[in-house]
Ligand binder design. Structure first.
Ligand SMILES: Cc1ncc(COP(=O)(O)O)c(C=O)c1O
Length: 392
């Protein structure tokens, strides 16, 4: 029946059976749709989730990634998204955050997360921003407003503030609030929020999970019930991760522990070196003993691991001096991401916190001379040498 060339070209090879052995690495399934030998099976796939039908409803490579993230985070399940913002959008919608229901959130939230919350979920009257490291203020806000949810990050950006997640979670649960934690900066290698009762864990997989600066993705790790609801929601949101991106993220995650170990060790060395430099006014790194949240970081995180990001302030510097320093860097690249194997430096006043305006930015403690360095896995000596030759 399929003797004509054009027909053979379209279908040739499709009858090769799946491999008999087990592939040692995950396979990429780009197929958008699945066919079955009988219509009952197709119906079951479409309506009873008994098999794949259409890739917006689920697909095998994505399922492998979701299982892997759930395993590392210690949650029952996880749902992948096309970006970290897609994941946060899913988490907020599933939490039924609506403009009339109060939300308590860290004032230090990543800018786009704040904008998403404020513009699409909780209006300004309902959004109660707190210094998430001020336990009394957080407790008071929860008691006062009885929020639907408390939204925070394990390590804030760029000031690297560390909240007492177990205490906040306990207070939130006592008042019926859901806790949503963005664990992007810490990764499950340093800290697993689910072990401390957190309801929903979110990742920008673009950062440490992927780790190589070549994939945009996000994941929500949570209970089986919430994951089920997120998947139903995803059918209409359509912010699905693609199979190639899922595969790249999985490939990155295989070395997450190795990379985090190296990046944390490098970051500590760089922070210690910066601390002794006369041209540096302030070094922010949870691994330094003088850092205000150092003890809490030691208590919460994997022993001797404090993250791969170091922020520091150039002495008496504003935009021109910071730009000159950034342009003088040779090894460290300047760009707006983090968590990659490459060292990346960002100027918050120009990028991540530009939209805040200078007054609010300064109010949040993000000065004109502050830069954020995501330390890569290059040799620490080379990173330090680059900083040395570029600093004024
Ligand atoms: C802590 C944090 N959460 C979420 C996001 C958003 O992730 P994505 O860029 O993958 O949408 C970012 C991005 O920088 C981030 O730093």
């Amino acid at each position: 029946m399929t003797n004509h060339f054009s027909t053979r070209a379209v279908h040739a090879g499709n009858d090769v059976p799946p491999p008999r052995g087990h592939p040692v690495s995950p396979s990429i399934y780009p197929a958008v749709t699945y066919t079955y030998d009988n219509m009952d099976d197709l119906s079951a796939a479409l309506h009873e989730n008994a098999g794949y039908s259409y890739s917006r409803y689920g697909s095998p490579t994505i399922a492998i990634l979701e299982k892997a993230v759930a395993t590392l985070e210690g949650t029952e399940d996880a749902v992948a998204y096309a970006s970290g913002m897609g994941a946060l959008h899913g988490a907020f919608a599933q939490a039924a955050i609506t403009p009339d229901r109060p939300v308590v959130a860290a004032r230090s939230l990543y800018g786009a997360t704040y904008t998403l919350l404020n513009k699409m979920y909780a209006d300004s009257a309902a959004l109660h921003l707190v210094d998430i490291t001020d336990r009394k203020a957080v407790q008071a806000a929860i008691e006062q407003v009885h929020p639907r949810a408390v939204v925070l990050e394990t390590i804030s950006n760029p000031l690297l503030k560390i909240p007492d997640i177990p205490a906040i979670t306990q207070a939130a649960h006592q008042h019926g609030a859901l806790v949503i934690v963005d664990n992007t900066f810490a990764t499950p290698y340093l800290y697993r929020p689910n072990d401390h009762g957190v309801d929903v864990v979110v990742h920008s997989a673009t950062k440490y999970l992927g780790g190589h600066g070549d994939v945009l993705g996000g994941v929500v790790a949570t209970t089986a019930q919430r994951a089920h609801e997120l998947r139903l929601q995803q059918r209409s949101f359509g912010a699905n991760l693609g199979p190639f991106e899922a595969w790249l993220t999985l490939r990155g995650m295989r070395t997450l522990a190795l990379r985090m170990r190296e990046q944390c060790a490098n970051a500590l060395r760089v922070a210690q070196w910066l601390h002794d430099q006369p041209s540096i006014a302030r070094v922010i790194y949870p691994g330094l003993p003088h850092y205000p949240d150092h003890d809490l970081a030691q208590q919460l995180f994997r022993a001797d691991h404090f993250g791969g990001v170091v922020s520091f302030e150039l002495r008496a510097a504003a935009e021109p001096e910071v730009f000159r320093f950034m342009e003088a860097l040779k090894l460290i690249q300047t760009g707006t991401s983090l968590g990659d194997v490459y060292s990346l430096l960002l100027y918050p006043a120009q990028s991540s916190h530009h939209a805040l305006g200078r007054e609010e930015r300064l109010r949040q403690g993000i000065g004109d001379g502050l830069v954020r360095l995501s330390v890569g896995i290059e040799d620490a000596e080379d990173i330090i040498a680059d900083l040395k030759q570029a600093l004024p």
